[in-house]
Design a binder for this molecule. Structure first.
Ligand code: HEM
Length: 158
């Protein structure tokens, strides 16, 4: 037991003193902390927050329900309710402070037989609305990618 204790003491004594962080033998100098890494802003914020999302949802519902290529399935839909749901969905999906409490997209659209071509028209309408609302190129692209990525949950027919 005693030899091990002596060995431990010897090791501790042999270790160099901790670096004071300054000049050798001088007073410690505070190191500047590295600059904070900026967190990328959520698409929700870049678009302009909830007012912009509400405007987008309203304009998009207006656009798709007046586009004869895809408006047939909306014939019986309560558009005011669709606008609200859409705004909540977009808010959550773009990283805003909302939680989507509705059904999942697959369940919502199940049985509608939405085709790839109809989905393409929806995205085309989305792009037109974003242009009309003055979205910048980067935000427009990100929004199209965000909704375009949901294709597999909505399209049921080729
Ligand atoms: C990324 C694309 C899409 C998204 C994110 C989306 C999302 C939604 C959401 C959030 C609702 C509201 C559901 C609710 O209130 O419970 C909805 C309803 C609806 N969607 Fe979509 N949708 C998309 C594409 C489409 C397309 C391409 C069509 C058809 C051409 C379509 C047809 C409908 C219809 C007809 C309703 C209303 C159902 C009802 O009256 O209850 N959707 N969608």
């Amino acid at each position: 037991m005693i030899p091990l204790f002596v060995w431990l003491c010897a090791c501790a004594a042999a270790r160099p003193p901790p670096d004071p962080g300054g000049r050798p033998g001088g007073t410690p100098v505070a190191r500047p902390s590295p600059p904070p890494v900026p967190r990328p802003r959520a698409l929700f914020d870049r678009l302009g927050g909830r007012p912009a999302i509400d405007a987008l949802a309203g304009a998009l519902v207006q656009e798709i329900t007046s586009d004869e290529r895809i408006n047939a399935p909306f014939a019986m839909t309560d558009l005011a309710s669709l606008r609200r749901s859409f705004a909540d969905f977009l808010c959550a999906r773009t990283g805003g402070p909302c939680v989507w409490h509705g059904r999942d997209l697959r369940a919502i659209h199940e049985g509608m037989g939405i085709t790839g071509a109809q989905f393409g028209v929806f995205i085309e309408d989305l792009a037109r609305v974003l242009d009309r609302l003055g979205a910048r190129a980067g935000e427009k692209q990100d929004m199209i990618e965000t909704l375009g990525a949901l294709r597999g949950q909505i399209v049921e027919a080729p």
